[in-house]
Design a protein around this ligand. Sequence first.
Ligand code: MN
Length: 292
Amino acid sequence: MATKNTELVLTPPQPHWVGDGFRVHNFIPGGYRTDMARMNPFILLDYGARHFFPSSDTQPGVGVHPHRGFETVTIAYKGRVAHHDSAGNSGVIGEGDVQWMTAASGILHKEYHEKEFSLKGGEMQMVQLWVNLPARFKMSAPKYQSITNDQMSKFKLEGDNGIVEIIAGEYKNVKGSASTFSPVNLLNAKLNKGGKAGFSFPADFNTALLVIEGEITINNTGEVKTDNFALFLNEGEDFEIQTVEGAVVLVMSGENLNEPIASHGPFVMNTKQEILQAFDDYQKGKFGFLED
Ligand code: MN
C-alpha cells in the first residue's frame, strides 16, 4: 500500500457567528481551495474553536431553522449543546458526545447552549459536520442518533499510544457507533504523549483531519498545529499521525458520492429544481412545526 500525503494544511479562516451561540471557522466549503464537491460527502465543516462564554441567564444559540438533503453531525469537545427538532427529538450533547441527525426529507430544529452550562459559563469547543446523502436517500424519513461517549465504539492503540473513538465507519475492524447511508469514516484519535496512530482508507476516498488539541506531524513530516485542518491527496491509502505532547485529532474519510450538488443555505440537493421545491415545501409547512 502506498503512503497518503497531504495536499494542503489550512489555518483557521476568520470566524463568524452562527446565531449568537456558535463562533465557528468554516473549513468546508469556505476554506481556501475547498468546495462542497471537493470533500463530498463532507459538504460543510464548521469548527467552533475553544471560546469562553461568560455566565448568562439566556441560552445563546441558533433559533428554529430547516435542513433537507443531508445529515448534521455535532461533536461537543467542550461545553454542552442542547437541541430540539420537529420530529420530537431533543437532548443534550455533552462533552465527548456526538449527535447524528439525519435531516433527509426535512426537519426543523434549534441548537443552543444547555441551560446549566450557560448559567455557569465556560469554554465551548465543537464541530458541526454536514454529511451529504446519496440522491436516493435525500427524501427518506428523518432520523436521529444520539451517541454518548460511554457507549461510543473505541479501539485501544497498542502500547501507551492512546485510543481511537469510532463515531462512524470502521477502524482496525471495530465498527463505528453511527449508521450511515454511504461509506463514511469519522474517528477521534486521542493520542497520549509520544503517541501515534496509523490509518488506511481507499485512495479515492475524500480524506481530511482537524487538530482539536495539541500538535501533530503526518507521516513524520511537517507540523499541523491546534485548530489547523489538513486535506489529503486522493492518492495512496496509508498515513500515520504522531504527537510529542499528546493530541486530539478528528479524522474523516468518505467515498465521494460523485453526484451533482445544488445547495442553498440549509438545503443541499442535486438539482436547482429540488432546491426550489425545498423552499416551497418549507413555506407550506411540510417540515413540521417547532416552537421558538
Ligand atoms: Mn442546524
